[in-house]
Write a protein that binds this ligand. Structure first.
Ligand code: IDP
Ligand code: MG
Length: 161
């Protein structure tokens, strides 16, 4: 039986919010069959930005990254589904939107390395999804619910023989 309850952290970055792309980005994840279990429209402060991007602290682009991510509101989310972390990364596309394949979120909407619209937990960094979820959400902000469509997304949940 496939595990359908992997959770991952996703965020529409300030450029995506300013460009009115929250809805389109949410739609991409919903139509893939993933299930939203948390969402928060918020402004990231300096301290949270430093924690969230701690792995990039020593990179030359770090200060610019912090100033970008705190420059306007973001839409932070938690999504659930089979292989959710890697599935979201595939939908996002390559980090540099100029290299991201058409059909991906960054490939279709972006044209820049820094302004690349969406963050998703790194599936190659063990536990990054859980760490990032805990950084942005309290347990009681996450909603357990059954998505009826899941039975039509995952064959092993179906009623038919
Ligand atoms: P990811 O968002 O695809 O996981 P990371 O390597 O984790 O990519 O980098 C985090 C974010 O930092 C990227 O999404 C991008 O906005 C920004 N970034 C990464 N590399 C550079 C760079 O070389 N110059 C400027 N910004 C960068
Ligand atoms: Mg990353």
């Amino acid at each position: 039986m496939t595990d359908h309850d992997e959770r991952t952290f996703v965020m529409v970055k300030p450029d995506g919010v300013q460009r009115g792309l929250i809805g389109d980005i949410v739609t991409r994840l919903e139509t893939k069959g993933l299930k939203m279990v948390g969402g928060k429209f918020m402004r990231i402060d300096e301290e949270l930005a430093h924690e969230h991007y701690a792995e990039h602290e020593d990179k030359p682009f770090f200060d610019g990254l912090v100033s970008f991510i705190t420059s306007g509101p973001v839409f932070a989310m938690v999504w659930e589904g089979a292989d959710a972390t890697r599935q979201v990364r595939q939908l996002m596309g390559a980090t540099d939107a100029q290299d991201a394949a058409p059909g991906t979120i960054r490939g279709d909407y972006g044209n820049d390395l820094g302004h690349n619209l969406i963050h998703g937990s790194d599936h190659e960094d063990e536990g990054a999804n859980e760490r990032e979820i805990a950084l942005f959400f309290d347990d009681d902000e996450l909603v357990d619910w059954d998505r009826d469509a899941s039975a039509w997304v995952y064959e092993d949940l179906a009623d038919h023989d």
